[in-house]
Ligand binder design. Structure first.
Ligand code: AKG
Length: 295
């Protein structure tokens, strides 16, 4: 589906230097339309009956309790589940928006259960890119649509994806496809170029022994401070692919506009690296999806 078959030398050099890479026109307009249609259909079809109303909160501060960790979230790896925007509720917990305009993200098993997302994920184009990034056994471990709803789409604080998708050694890479134009006003991504070379992963998001989730220090990490990093905006047009190194610091701001900012993203880890039972996201008995199987 990605019209690209691997990366050029120039693209690989940019990636190595900066820890991210923007590839315009990676999806055809027809595919973008299909994925958007599927996203809207899922939002129309899910039921609020019995829904735990789990909010997706992205506080990644170890001292904060503002991170999601209920059972609905922890067992979402092979399901299509719907996580709310915090700002969709009043202070007394009343849902203020229609459900289709209240969801922060849909995840984390779209690549397993939705034919449209599956065929946009397990592609030769994505495999060729993964190989060019150095993967031997690339495994897709999660997928999601992030909606950044009009007016209430929340900011995603600066983070490294390998904190949340930890392997030893770290290997996560995000494949982030824009389904709508992403601009400064609707909360496009921004990156600290080169931070993947300076900033080892300091902490990992784990299942806590007493239940829920929290952060654990990663012992080997050297000293660095996010305050020393400078972020650059990465606005992109719909159909673009953004590759995100698991160690690069990146974030997105609130959507203050009147339109949504839908994107589809899935993450890949190296199947040969150690993935342990502490991680919040656990594989099914079959293991994570092998990108090598598309050959
Ligand atoms: O889409 C966004 O706004 C943030 C996505 C992100 O940070 C990620 O996928 O790691």
């Amino acid at each position: 589906m990605a019209s690209t078959e691997g990366l050029t030398t120039e693209q690989r050099d940019f990636w190595a230097e900066n820890g991210y890479l923007i590839i315009p026109n990676a999806l055809s307009p027809e595919t973008v339309d299909e994925l958007l249609r599927e996203s809207h259909q899922l939002l129309e079809d899910f039921s609020l009956d019995g829904h735990p109303m789990t909010k997706f909160t992205t506080g990644d501060d170890a001292s904060s309790s503002a991170h999601v960790g209920d059972n609905y979230f922890l067992t979402s790896h092979d399901q299509i589940r719907f996580f709310f925007e915090t700002a969709a509720f009043s202070s007394s917990g009343v849902l203020l928006k229609p459900k289709t305009r209240a969801i922060n993200k849909i995840g984390h098993g779209l690549h397993l259960l939705s034919p449209a997302f599956r065929s946009a994920t397990l592609t030769r184009g994505n495999l060729a890119i993964a190989r060019d990034l150095g993967f031997s056994d690339p495994r897709v471990l999660q997928s999601m649509v992030i909606c950044k709803q009009p007016e209430i789409g929340g900011a995603v604080p600066s983070h490294q994806d390998s904190t949340f998708l930890y392997t030893n050694p770290p290997s996560a890479v995000g494949f982030w496809y824009a389904l709508e134009d992403c601009t400064e006003s609707n909360g496009c991504l921004s990156f600290a170029p080169g931070s993947h070379r300076r900033c080892e992963v300091k902490k990992r998001f784990v299942r806590m022994e007493g239940g829920g989730t929290g952060f654990e220090d990663v012992q080997s990490a050297g000293e660095w401070s996010e305050e020393d990093e400078t972020f650059v905006l990465g606005p992109v047009e719909r159909g673009s692919l953004v590759l995100i190194h698991g160690n690069v610091l990146h974030k997105s701001e609130r959507n203050t506009g009147m339109g949504s900012r839908f994107i589809y993203t899935f993450h890949v880890i190296e199947g040969e690296n150690k993935y342990d039972e502490k991680n919040w996201l656990q594989p099914t008995a079959e293991g994570f999806s092998r990108l090598n199987d598309v050959e």
